[in-house]
Design a binder for this molecule. Structure first.
Ligand code: HXC
Length: 532
């Protein structure tokens, strides 16, 4: 009897349990259905604007089927229970996936939920994924499409932003942080992307500004539209806020995948090595005649870069901003390097404020993530002028000098042509800590160029001369022969070797191999005081 009673009880329990699970499954099913409906609605609304949904973006960013989403049902902290099914996720999709098989965390804002605005729950989801990426040493990608701080949530929303900013700073130099602006980014919200390492934008569908066109009109009486004030091209060309700009979202997301292929997952990981065939560019011999006879004639430094590095591996960063300096990643024998090169084709390759800041930022990123540096030098000096002086070429030029001096990654400089004065020193010269400093026979290393030098040194001689032009030419030629060449520097050990241009690639591969075990110790300090 006792056994019978127990059985009846068990059956009752089982039936109840079954009922509970059925109900629970139903709740789960309903929630998933609600999420699916939201996604369909989001697709409709976003596609009308020529934009993708947060999940569609995520699908392009990650290797197929690898994205693991969490916190999908987090709801706004300040909405009634009844409206939750339309706001699941609180306007942001977060999770982790693989990019070329490597772990990457991401968050993607969903403009169709409360304008992608950042409420407290939304902000905490971002903070959580940031903290996971930090803890697990993986890059984080933020896909922004948001109306900024959620107005209804007031200071809670601002507090969430503050946490995100702090996480950005804590992760800086430890994991790569990448932002793509794929819609609005206005007000203080712009400062999270601004704290990350790379910003991508899309033309016509994204914009960033601290105060929008309406405020500009009211305060300054100036008329400008969103694109003109803070569109992709403005930030890629003028402000330098954006590192990359594309015509469509898909291209933007594929470019992020490409960027990730060059950089390590964190500051301790070794660099990714490409499995791509390491094709030599067959034009190595062309390097022996690429520099024009007339030393004032320009040439394209990118042509030299593309010949030296593995074929098609050069990936330029900040392509449209401060084009007098070229920075970007490339592979040399399959291994990532960071390149900083003067561009004689633009402003004769002089260093100005923007070029100095652009170069410094790139050098510091490479140094933080152990990416060896290659410096290709052809620089006649800092750009002279009232505008440059008054806007702080001293303070800003010092940033590039600081960055090179501070960098402990392997640093190899190749002086291609001009290396004059302070600019020579700045571009990772020997005594700023260059590990190998090579020069092509066309190098001119001196305090200044012949034209300026003879006017000072031979002032009296020239003032007395009947044929000033001819004397100038004679003196300039003599100066080049005696002073502005690479051999004096080589004799002093300030150039390790004058090399044949066509051998550059071969020599660089060996030199980086020699430097691969580079050890360094840094003096103990909290942090340096870079001239910001
Ligand atoms: C709450 C918001 C919102 C916000 C947009 N929405 N921004 N809800 N807080 N900040 C809502 C809208 O009410 C609307 O809801 C939906 O999102 C879509 O917005 P629309 O205006 O219809 O879209 P659109 O015409 O495309 O215009 C987009 C926009 C505009 C330009 C972003 O919404 C806008 O100006 N928003 C306010 C931007 C802003 O000033 N943010 C605060 C910035 S300061 P319905 O229900 O109608 O669909 C800031 C401080 C951060 O962020 C500080 C950090 C330190």
């Amino acid at each position: 009897m006792h056994t019978m009673l127990i059985f009846v009880q068990l059956l009752t329990d089982f039936r109840q349990l079954h009922k509970v699970y059925m109900n629970k499954n139903k709740v789960l099913e309903q929630r998933v259905e609600a999420l699916q409906k939201m996604e369909e609605n989001a697709a409709h609304r976003q596609h009308l604007k020529g934009k993708l949904t947060a999940r569609e973006r995520i699908n392009i960013l990650f290797d197929e089927g690898t994205f693991f989403e969490f916190d999908a049902f987090v709801s706004p902290s300040q909405t009634p229970q009844s409206s939750r099914p339309t706001n699941f996720g609180d306007g942001v999709v977060v999770g982790r996936g693989l990019v070329q098989g490597r772990s990457v965390f991401a968050y993607a804002q969903d403009f169709t939920v409360l304008g992608g605005s950042l409420g407290y729950a939304h902000g905490m989801k971002i903070a959580k994924v940031q903290e996971m990426a930090f803890k697990l040493g993986a890059p984080i990608v933020g896909l922004m499409d948001s109306g900024g701080a959620r107005i209804q949530e007031g200071v809670k929303s601002l507090a969430a932003y503050a946490k995100i900013f702090r996480n950005n700073v804590r992760s800086s130099g430890i994991i790569p942080q990448i932002s793509a602006i794929l819609g609005p980014a206005a007000g203080g919200a712009v400062y999270s992307p601004a704290l990350t390492d790379f910003i991508f934008m899309t033309n016509q569908t994204s914009y960033m500004f601290v105060t929008g066109p309406d405020v500009v009109r009211e305060v300054l009486n100036e008329e400008i539209d969103m694109e003109g004030l803070g569109g992709g091209n403005v930030h890629a060309q003028k402000s330098g806020v954006a590192h990359f700009v594309s015509d469509d979202e898909e291209h933007t997301l594929l470019l992020i995948r490409k960027l990730l292929s060059y950089i390590p997952s964190n500051n301790y990981e070794t660099l990714p090595v490409s499995n791509l065939v390491r094709v030599y560019n067959s034009r190595q011999e062309y390097l022996n005649k690429i520099i024009p006879e007339d030393t004032n004639r320009p040439y394209d430094i990118k042509e030299i870069i593309n010949i030296i590095v593995d074929k098609d591996s050069f990936f330029e960063v900040h392509e449209k901003f401060a084009q007098n300096i070229v920075v970007g990643f490339a592979r040399l024998n399959g291994k990532s390097i960071g390149i900083v090169a003067n561009q004689p084709k633009v402003m004769a390759g002089t260093l100005d404020i923007n070029a100095s800041v652009k170069g410094a930022r790139f050098v510091r990123f490479c140094d933080a993530f152990n990416i060896p540096l290659l410096i290709l030098e052809d620089v006649p000096g800092f750009l002279p002028g009232i505008e440059q002086e008054h806007n702080g070429i001293i303070r800003n030029g010092a940033k590039l000098l600081y960055a090179f001096c501070e960098a402990t990654v392997p640093k190899i400089t190749v002086i291609i042509r001009k290396a004059y004065g302070g600019a020579y020193i700045v571009m990772s010269s020997k005594n700023t800590g260059g590990d190998f400093n090579f020069a092509w026979p066309t190098a001119e290393i001196a305090v200044m160029g012949p034209a300026g030098a003879i006017k000072i040194v031979n002032k009296h001689e020239l003032s007395k001369s009947d044929n000033k032009a001819e004397l100038e030419k004679i003196l300039a030629d003599k100066y080049k022969e005696d002073v502005a060449n690479p051999y004096r520097a080589e004799e002093l050990g300030l150039i390790d070797e004058v090399i044949i241009p066509s051998k550059t690639r071969e020599i660089l591969i060996t030199a980086y191999e020699i430097l691969s075990n580079k050890q360094y110790t840094k003096p103990a300090r909290k942090h340096g005081s870079i001239p910001l």
